[in-house]
Design a protein around this ligand. Sequence first.
Ligand SMILES: Cc1ncc(COP(=O)(O)O)c(C=O)c1O
Length: 457
Amino acid sequence: MVKSCVYLWGISLFEVKMTIDLSKSKAYYEEACRYAPGGSPDGKGWGPEQFYVAEAHGSQIQDIDGNRYIDYHAGAGPIILGHSDQEVNRAVLDTIHDTGVQFAQPHRLEVELTKKLQELIPGADKSALCNAGTDALQLAVRLARTHTGRSKVVKFEGAYHGWSDGLAISTNPDPDVAGTMSDLQAVPDTSGTLPSILQDTIVIPYNDLDIASERLEKEKHNIACVIVEPIIHGHGILPKDGFLQGLSELCRSCNIPFVLDEIITGFRHDLGGLQRKWNIDVDLAVYGKAMANGYVVSAITGKNNLMDHLTPGPAFLSGTYNGNPVSAAASLKTIEVLERPGFYDRLYAKGAFIREEINRIINELGIDAVAYGYGSVWALYFDKIIPSNYRDIIRFLRDGGKEKYTSYFRFMLNNGIFIPPGRVARNYIYAAHSDDDLQKTVDVTARFLREFQSSLR
Ligand SMILES: Cc1ncc(COP(=O)(O)O)c(C=O)c1O
């Protein structure tokens, strides 16, 4: 293993270098830079160390240099059964063959899918289908504004709700400009954000009901909705006991629509989302990702009093590909598999296995780290204290967390395991992960922790 010592703000760290052969990927990346900004037509590239996928089946990804990896990126979350799942693919191929690909006209499968959502999700009196999480979330805001006649949106620092102008705010803000916990500033994630959008956004800290209560009471006559991720998986932030239920009650008492962003959690943690599993009363919720095992679909679900504003009501709903038969068929088949007895028990057991095994080694070695997460999602966090809001993440990064994580990421990749690059990434387990996959993941992690234990205390 190639490693060296680096220093960050006086803290001695280590650096693992990539040792796998990525020469074809590198050449491809250089070529791609001629055609797309940063060589990344989809905004997903992470630079010269990235690999190009040749194929993905089951739990395995192979890159164009022939390297194989056990995958925990899961296509950024949607893969819940496995890559290229045969049953879902068969349903898609049959639909393409027997029905067609795209009508932009009503058809049976989209109705069946919305019927299924109503059956499974407690707050889904009605649903509408879109393509991406970003679409569904924009609709949620539109519906809330239509319903209340108010303009402001309350969101939580560190939470991600897609890339639209109105919601790409304070996902990873620079703390120097993001204000203090009791007075957070709305910081745009992107250039091109209008000042009026920032004025209409209230950002508050996650897991703090007192601050939420104060802000909501003060501004309730201007607030169109509160929007929250039940788990901020992007930063590995779990809700404190009672936080989400308390927030829901607060919204109810202030007469503010409560929107749950279940784009990651929906269908991954429960068929009825966390709103069902954790008994959270919501007005609107959005689903996507695991709903169709990688095919392109999202949904907004909600109570009649809000949903009935949608077209043919005053709140415009459109989208050429919304509800297309291919996506609807993929989603119906995915849900059918998820409904089979014991599916979630098996998935949760896999997550628990990885977390427990890694924590056992961490404790043995006396390292400052913790494996945590929820259900089928796990992350290795190089600190003892699990983050409860975005400010904890900032502290973690300032203490060298990113560098440690990057070394772990490279070590894993060098040893045939793909966890997402980043800072505090979430790793997704899905049905196709075998016991051997999980054991190998634990073993490689153990080697990493042993090799670098002195730098991780
Ligand atoms: C919680 C959450 N909401 C919304 C989105 C946006 O979804 P999409 O990328 O499909 O637009 C994401 C994407 O990662 C997400 O994690």
